[in-house]
Design a protein around this ligand. Structure first.
Ligand SMILES: [Zn+2]
Length: 205
């Protein structure tokens, strides 16, 4: 599955489908709307429908904006993102197109919760991040990335808080999604798959 394709825009030959999340070819059609009580068919050029050639599901557009399904920003969540973490991630994807600042607040909260669930020992958020990096659960590059988008570090914005400086734009939001997925990949997915791989190769004696 290709996750970082074209963002949907009206009349695009292909974009990342909101249904199947694949960057897939789209077929476009206009809407013929019969007037109430009249026989003639009015063609409303503002209303468009696109159909994904892969999953055959439709998206509806008015005046160049996708109105259904609800536009989202960010890649689909990892299968290893569960429960409350999954809910925060999906909520951030939903609000991100209209409010990157709200999405960033949700994602910083999610990252704080992830770090606290991965390291249950005493200490501050920064202590935990350092310990996880020291233990190799996350890499130093993840620590640098967390600092860059002000999750932890000296200029941290607290999770769940709107950053009053207004610096949280779509670029910050996409970076926060990348960090969540990188942490999950290295702390949960890889160990789980390694264990299952080794389990399947135990020699029978
Ligand atoms: Zn599709």
């Amino acid at each position: 599955v290709q996750r970082t394709g074209e963002l949907p825009h009206a009349k695009a030959a292909h974009f990342t489908c909101p249904h199947c999340a694949v960057d897939a070819q789209q077929n476009w059609e206009g809407a013929q709307i019969p007037p109430v009580g009249g026989a003639n068919t009015h063609i409303d050029a503002a209303v468009l429908r696109s159909t994904c050639v892969l999953c055959e599901q439709r998206s509806y557009w008015i005046d160049g904006d996708m109105v259904w399904p609800e536009p989202k920003l960010g890649p689909p969540p990892s299968v290893d993102l569960a429960g409350e973490h999954h809910s925060l991630y999906e909520e951030a994807r939903t609000v991100a197109p209209r409010s990157p600042r709200a999405a960033a607040a949700l994602l910083r909260l999610l990252l704080e919760q992830l770090v606290f669930s991965l390291d249950t020992m005493e200490g501050t958020f920064n202590d935990k991040v350092d310990r996880l990096a020291h233990e190799g659960v996350i890499t130093r590059r993840v620590v640098d990335a967390l600092d860059a988008v002000r999750v932890g570090g000296r200029h941290a914005v607290h999770g769940g808080q709107i950053d009053p400086s207004g610096g949280d734009d779509a670029g910050v939001v996409l970076m926060l999604f990348t960090i969540v997925n990188t942490i999950i990949e290295s702390a949960v997915t890889l160990p789980r798959e390694t264990q299952s791989f080794l389990g399947s190769r135990v020699p029978s004696s």
